[in-house]
Write a protein that binds this ligand. Sequence first.
Ligand SMILES: [Zn+2]
Length: 268
Amino acid sequence: MRKPAVAGLFYPSDPEVLKSFILGSVSDERLPAKGVLVPHAGYEYSGRVAVRTLSSVEPKFETVVIIGVDHANSGRTSTDLEDWETPLGIIKIDTEFARELKLRKGTPGMEHSIEVQVPIVQVLFPDVRFVPVCMPHGDFEKAKEIGEKIFRVAEKLGRNILVVASSDLTHHGPGYGYVKYSGSPDEILRGIRKEDDELLQRVLAFDVDGIIQFGRHGTACGYGCIAAMVHAVRSLAAAHSKVIEYTTSYEVSRDISHVVSYAGVVFW
Ligand SMILES: [Zn+2]
């Protein structure tokens, strides 16, 4: 059993507080989605975007594949056969699916990018099974291979799946080693937004090669996750896409020296 690593840090550890945060952010929209892009910062920054995005998905899938990024870049792409626990209880792994992926077993124990999405899934889709896929952030060139595997296993097992890519967008500020925009907060945020729009245009157009190319100079953490998810959902015949919500850490922190941006996107 994988125990929670970041409960109380990235999201509330109290089950009631956690549940009411999630239920307080749900959207009214329901799309027959095959994939989503969601952010993975602490819930105070990006939890609302993640919940609104995931809650705009129709509950018509049996297994959720959550592709997260290994921020520590500690090894190869991995999955888990052991169930995961959060403050809301246990989520069962779709072991048949996870096994068929033929990836390394055992995701990084302290990584948060997959874990922060799990309580949201538990509240919104209590009956689904789960497959974690953790990709080193430097490994985005292999994204198509991972996306193709996910698609093929879903086909082989006849499984209805939702593929979730967990990634934040631009990281701007000296602490991230990336300072490109200056001036007023508005000017800086406009620069970041323009850069995000360039990536999101590729994402919305199912342009997997464009995403990978962007990843060679951009500062998002999960180009691999995004490209793998987009490849998988394109193969699953998704043809529509839409940004549900966009925000930045500045909305909460009011600290313009370090800004991270977040988008929620649905594909159906
Ligand atoms: Zn990240």
